[in-house]
Structure formats: C-alpha cells, structure tokens
Write a protein that binds this ligand. Structure first.
Ligand code: NCD
Length: 364
C-alpha cells in the first residue's frame, strides 16, 4: 500500500477511491463492504450471541482480546453507539478508555486532531470515534496509517492502530449500517432475507448519516428497491442517488409515509437532525410533519411480514403508543441490541480472531 500520500491528498480522494487504502484495517465507509463481508459479519454476530449465552462461552469471548486497549473517542452526543461499543469491547475482554468531552482534553488547548490521534495511538490498540466533521475518521485513519506505532496481529502481520467510525458528520455511520443489515436479514428471514425486498426510508435523509450509509450497502443485495419519503428540504443527497444509479439499484421518491407503506418490506424511520440547524434555539426541536409520522394506523397498513426500524433516538416521528403494542414487526428495540452483537463481530474481525470465534461457536 502507498502511504506516501499527504493527508491533504488522501482527504481529497473521493470516498470510493479511499476504500482500497482501508482494506480491513479500519471501518470508515459503508462502501467498503462486499456482500461476502456482510454475510460474514452476520454469521459472526450470531456466533457471538450464542456463545455469550453460557458462562464458558462468555469466558472464551472475554479471553480473545484481553491484551488490547481501546479508546472510545466520542466528542459528539451518543448513547447507543457509545454504550454498545463499550459493551462489545467488554465482552471481548478489551480494556477501555474514553474521551467524550473536548473541553477537558488538550483539544481545548488548541491541539490538532492529527496530534491528538498520534497521542492516543501511543497508548491504545484501537480507536472508535464519533466526530462532527465528515473527514474526522479519514483524518484519524490516515494519521494512524503514517504514524510510528504498529500492532501485531495473530498471523504475525504488523498493522496500524485500527480506526472505527462511530459516526462522522452528516455523511457516514458505517457500523450502524452493518447492524441495520443484520436486523433486516434476521427480521426478513422468514421471507427469504433482504434480497428482492423494498425498503422505505423516511425522515431527514439529507443529514441522516444512518440512511445514507444503509443506502450505500444496497447494491450488495439482489434486486433491492428503495423508496425515499422525506420533506423537500431533507431529500436524499445527489451523491447517494448517483451511486445507486451507477450500480442499477432502483429508487423512487414519495411525499408521505402512506404513499410507500403498502409496498414496503421494511420501513426505516429517522428523526429530523436539527442539531445541524444554525438557528436552532436551545432545547427546542423541529417537529416531524404528520405525513412522515408513524402512528398505530400505519401498523395496520404495514405488510404482515414487514419490519419497522429506527436507529434511535426517536422523537415525535413515532407515536409512543407504537411501543405499547405487542407486535413483532416493531423491530427497533431488537435493532438496538443487535448493534452490540454486530460490534462484537466487527471487533473480532478487525483483530483477526473471527475464525477462532466461529470455530469455537461451532463446537458448542
Ligand atoms: C444516529 C446517529 O447518531 O447518527 N444514532 C445512532 O447512532 N443510533 C441517528 C440519530 O442521531 O438520529
């Protein structure tokens, strides 16, 4: 791999051209995964889930990475991603540190992100990060790639400290896309999985990094169709439409949840990402328009096998009454827990203990 590119030149590459540099030494973009990767991650997540059910299995998992130290560097609000990474790291025996508040780190003294990353990798073997800048994870990745420190993998190879994006700006949330695919495949298993299905994506698709990353994975599935339902000002970005067009994924737009619900095998709701509004007054939130709000009536109109997903946190775009109904189609709480198993899976793979994990799971 060429690492003589400057950081500026690396950042200037289109994301799809950065992908070959990443290999399996980090997770930055949904576009870096193939169908074989996705199937493997799903299999690993299932294996971790079943191992963790028994004390011997849990002890085995916790032995895999107990010599490693992780940093959870989350300088943007997070509950689920932060907690599920922490839980997944603990399950694999990783030691953990976190930086969550830039005001009490040297960043407040003016240290650059590049210098902060160089510092972090002096102490840790993995950085999971969430940052408001679209380029932050790529900056960290390239810094680690060109930095002094290497870790040794089980096969003896020496690699830079891996960087995992837990959400970068408004553009990417690749590990969320992995857990969403895992949830979709599991929920739609009785009807043959995600291949050939129609997904309705609803809400703020312009600044929703979850729906963007999920859309980037759809060319890996056979004949998946996407329907976008977003208010005019929050329509899906042109870059995603172009990406789908170039790969023959069919998509269409509708102007309400109702207009897509009968065709949908899965509905993916999102909140308005109003933290990006410059003029937002503190504590207030932009309300979802009624035509993009999910109510009990919509449950009646959903297909019998369909799944309802949401990356969470949710607000008024979901009627709270939906949580009180016992209905298997409401998948978002299972989706949240699936995130923890998927993060066990991707950490196992990053540190190349994935085959060992599968082998042991197969004997139990
Ligand atoms: C999402 C995010 O941070 O992008 N949350 C998450 O990680 N589950 C979605 C959101 O904040 O709306």
């Amino acid at each position: 791999m060429r690492i003589d590119l400057s950081l500026e030149d690396f950042l200037a590459l289109p994301d799809t051209e950065k992908v070959p540099y990443i290999g399996d030494r980090g997770i930055l973009y949904a576009q870096q995964f193939t169908r074989a990767d996705l199937d493997r991650y799903n299999q690993l997540a299932d294996a971790a889930r079943s191992l963790a059910r028994r004390p011997e299995g849990a002890s085995y998992l916790a032995s895999l990475l107990r010599h490693r130290m992780a940093l959870n560097f989350f300088v943007q609000p997070s509950s689920r991603t932060f907690m599920s990474f922490n839980a997944a790291e603990a399950m694999l025996g990783l030691n953990r540190m976190s930086v969550r508040d830039p005001a009490i780190s040297s960043m407040s003294k003016g240290e650059s992100l590049v210098d902060s990353i160089r510092t972090f990798i002096s102490y840790v073997d993995l950085i999971v990060m969430r940052h408001a800048d679209d380029d932050a994870a790529a900056t960290a990745f390239w810094t680690a790639t060109r930095a002094h420190r290497r870790i040794t993998l089980p096969d003896g190879s020496q690699v830079p400290v891996p960087i995992v994006s837990g959400g970068s700006g408004t553009t990417q949330h690749p590990t969320q896309a992995l857990l969403d695919v895992y949830t979709l495949e599991r929920s739609l298993r009785p009807v043959g999985g995600l291949d050939g299905k129609t997904l309705l994506l609803v809400g703020d698709l312009a600044r929703g990094r979850t729906t963007r990353s999920l859309a980037f994975l759809m060319p890996e599935f056979r004949d998946v169709r996407l329907i976008f339902a977003a208010p005019e000002q929050y329509r899906m970005g042109q870059d995603v439409r172009d990406f789908l067009d170039a790969r023959g994924v069919l998509w269409s737009e509708v102007d309400s949840l109702d207009a897509g619900i009968r065709e949908a095998d899965a509905i993916y709701l999102t909140r308005i990402q109003d933290e990006h509004d410059a003029d937002r007054s503190h504590g207030s939130h932009v309300r979802a328009e009624d035509r993009f709000r999910f109510t009990l009536d919509h449950l009646d109109r959903m297909r019998p096998h369909a799944a309802l997903l949401h990356p969470l946190p949710k607000r008024d775009e979901v009627d709270p009454a939906v949580d009180d109904v016992q209905d298997r189609r409401v998948a978002y709480w299972r989706q949240e827990r699936n995130g923890m198993w998927m993060r066990v899976a991707l950490l196992a793979r990053l540190f190349r203990v994935d085959q060992a994990l599968l082998d042991v799971a197969a004997t139990r």
